[in-house]
Design a protein around this ligand. Structure first.
Ligand SMILES: *[C@@H]1O[C@H](CO)[C@@H](O)[C@H](O)[C@H]1NC(C)=O
Ligand SMILES: *[C@@H]1O[C@H](CO)[C@@H](O)[C@H](O)[C@H]1NC(C)=O
Ligand SMILES: *[C@@H]1O[C@H](CO)[C@@H](O)[C@H](O)[C@H]1NC(C)=O
Ligand SMILES: *[C@@H]1O[C@H](CO)[C@@H](O)[C@H](O)[C@H]1NC(C)=O
Ligand SMILES: *[C@@H]1O[C@H](CO)[C@@H](O)[C@H](O)[C@H]1NC(C)=O
Length: 634
């Protein structure tokens, strides 16, 4: 999301707040139990899961599947009225209900002229999967092999080790004839997918005609292939599905519909509107969690403790999982001490290694492109809406049948920067990690960053790791591309003067200066393809941002400082799965080091972010985690 749309979002939120009523709280008929308050709790549960997002509900469903094992999921946000959740309708928005997103402001971002950005994370049952743009993609093979590589050879965290869980996690729907006609060059191979999950990957029956030009542009570039499936774990240009049930409906498919709704299970409870304040420990064993209502800000709200007989599972996401660990006395000793929290387990990596995809705002207007010149205006245009309504009502097609995007380019650095990738790689491989981390970083955290830099230096030379991603919309003048493997890492730490208020989120964008060099290559490539290609000349492209006058490295860097979005709303890495001596927080079974009966299962365990939107990978991590917990994962 670009900065401008963040501003629009803030404006909308402000507008909505003036008229907002608290949503009617209504509970669907068939479901696992939604508890009305702490009074309805069992005395204890086998598993207590903190966070009812993409991962939490998936793990909750799998662990309670036997009908006996008792599971409680605790979620800070509300159990929304189902119809209020935004379904597929050409443009999904985050701001349906302002209270479904946290409003955290990041610390001033030094390299971005002290920009403080709005940290957009979900606060509703279903988590990010309830609010995201339904992009159903996974990373490349190397992304998953990289996770295991930090543990030496033979780790089950690898492409081969993840593929079965991608399959268990998603039910692939074969695109209909109408859908296929809308997607020239579509390739898919169902062997990369499953057919058992209640979570669906479906296809819209409408695409904007302009997309075919973009697809062609990229397909014809040297070194760019169309892989046999979007889920084949390869770079290239390809079509991919939407998280939606395409069989007669176009509804969002997310963790709630896939792993909670329609489960009539008395052993699977959900307590919404509830904030976890800490995990209780008996010695080094996690025994339960303390919580209070999230509907009150009062520090002296009534606290309740619930006991976990077997394990506590932390799935609160990359912003709140590290915060809850730190509040529980598990984290960097120095930080905890300055917050007046007694250290129970000194774990220096908690909250460090924060990563997100970094995007650049870029704008091209096509003067002779009349297919749909400006969709933001269209959405206000009664003629457009009438046309779209008619298509939808008659045949369940047209713009209302699609979410955001179904295709894009996912490319490696040798492909986009054939002349410079080797020198970029060499530069990274000689970097001294400590130079690019906060001054007081722990030696194990520095060692972990050094290991990541070595791995990424290799990735820069590889044709199988994505650095550049660009979605094709075919209908709007705004272009946006992202750096999928930034080198810079930030942190998420408790606020030492007010530990229970929102954590301090520091993106540290461009703190590793090679990210400027890589972004420069991405930007120049992006312009070459999207503005200067002969194929586009007929549409008369005019670059309005940054504009043709920006050419030198200096100009570009200045543009980047003012126009880089530090987040694509893909926070990850803050409870990294790495060896302890590399600043890791969890081991290969996702168990927190030094604590018994406590695991982390969410995007925070990614030691290096994947080169794709996170949801599909988070679902696979959760499926794998559930299997490890139930069967040892073998
Ligand atoms: C899809 O969503 C709409 C609006 O929430 C709802 O009325 C409808 O029942 C849903 N359809 C299916 C098949 O779930
Ligand atoms: C979000 O935070 C910003 C900055 O702290 C503030 O200006 C804005 O009013 C907040 N919006 C809401 C909806 O709370
Ligand atoms: C716009 O494009 C069409 C079709 O490619 C072409 O025939 C027409 O001459 C173009 N118009 C202008 C003003 O260039
Ligand atoms: C819906 O599909 C039918 C059959 O293909 C077609 O005759 C009709 O024109 C379509 N309706 C609209 C509004 O496109
Ligand atoms: C920490 O919390 C206090 C009190 O809410 C607030 O004034 C301060 O700005 C916060 N510090 C940071 C770095 O966010």
């Amino acid at each position: 999301m670009a900065r401008l749309s963040q501003l629009a979002l803030l404006a909308n939120i402000a507008a909505l707040l003036n008229i907002a009523q608290v949503a009617a709280y209504s509970v669907p008929k068939l479901h696992a139990r939604a508890l009305d308050g702490a009074g309805a709790l069992r005395d204890s549960y086998d598993y207590v899961i903190i966070g009812g997002g993409a991962a939490g509900l998936t793990v909750g469903d799998r662990l309670s599947e036997d009908g006996k094992t008792t599971v409680l999921v605790i979620e800070n946000g509300e159990l929304a009225n189902s119809p209020d959740i935004d379904n597929v309708r050409d443009q999904v928005t985050w701001d349906v209900r302002p209270w479904w997103v946290y409003n955290i402001s990041s610390t001033p971002n030094k390299e971005l002229e002290n920009l403080q950005s709005f940290v957009l994370i979900a606060n509703v049952v279903g988590g990010g999967s309830a609010l995201n743009w339904m992009q159903c993609v996974r990373g490349t093979k190397e992304d998953y092999d990289r996770w295991g590589s930090f543990f030496g050879s033979g780790s089950s965290w690898s492409w081969e080790g993840m593929l079965p869980y991608f399959k268990v996690g998603l039910h692939f729907q074969t695109p209909s004839k109408d859908a296929v006609e809308q997607m020239p060059d579509l390739k898919y191979d169902e062997s990369y997918w499953g057919s058992t999950s209640r979570l669906y990957a479906g296809w819209p029956t409408f695409q904007w005609p302009g997309i075919k030009y973009q697809f062609q542009l990229y397909k014809e570039l040297p070194g760019v292939e169309v892989p046999e499936d979007s889920g084949a774990g390869e770079t290239g240009v390809f079509w991919y599905p939407t998280f939606m049930d395409g069989e007669g409906s176009i509804n969002r498919s997310y963790s709630r519909t896939g792993h909670w709704d329609d489960l009539n299970r008395a052993n699977y409870d959900l307590l919404a509107n509830t904030k976890v304040t800490k995990i209780t420990l008996d010695g080094k064993k996690a025994t339960g969690v303390v919580f209070r209502s999230s509907q009150t800000n009062s520090e002296d709200a009534k606290l309740t403790t619930i006991k976990a007989n077997r394990e506590v599972i932390l799935s609160a996401g990359s912003i709140h999982s590290p915060q809850i660990l730190q509040l529980s006395g598990i984290g960097p000793r120095k930080l905890l001490k300055s917050a007046g929290i007694k250290t129970k387990v000194d774990l220096p990596g908690v909250g460090q290694n924060f990563q997100d995809h970094t995007g650049i705002y870029f704008e091209v207007k096509f003067l002779n492109y009349t297919i749909r010149p400006n969709r933001r205006d269209d959405l206000q245009d009664p003629k457009f809406i009438a046309w779209a309504d008619e298509l939808w009502n008659a045949n369940r097609t047209g713009p209302w049948s699609r979410a955001h995007w179904n295709t894009g380019a996912w490319l490696s650095l040798p492909t986009i920067a054939p002349k410079t990738y080797k020198s970029l790689s060499a530069k990274v491989s000689t970097q001294n990690a400590a130079d690019y981390l906060p001054r007081d970083s722990h030696p194990t955290v520095i060692a972990g960053y050094q290991a990541r830099l070595a791995s990424l230096a290799k990735a820069i030379r590889s044709r199988d790791t994505i650095f550049y991603s660009h979605y094709f919309s075919g209908d709007e003048p705004v272009n946006y591309f992202t750096l999928e493997h930034p080198l810079s890492v930030g942190s998420v730490n408790i606020n030492v003067t007010s530990p229970h208020s929102e954590p301090v989120v520091d993106y540290r964008t461009y703190s590793n200066p090679v990210d400027f060099d890589i972004m420069l290559e991405l930007a120049r490539f992006h312009r070459r393809v999207n503005v200067e290609s002969p194929l586009l000349a007929q549409f008369q492209p005019v670059e309005t941002l940054p504009g043709a006058h920006v050419t030198t490295r200096e100009d570009w860097v200045a543009h980047m400082r003012r126009n880089t979005e530090p987040t694509a709303m893909h926070p990850s890495g803050t409870c990294a799965m790495m060896p302890l001596e590399l600043g890791g927080v969890v081991d290969e079974e996702l168990k927190v080091y030094g604590v018994e009966g406590l695991r982390v299962v969410d995007a925070s365990v990614m030691s290096v972010i994947v080169g794709a939107n996170l949801a599909q990978t988070v679902f696979a991590i959760a499926e794998k985690a559930a299997d490890i917990i139930k069967n040892g994962g073998k």
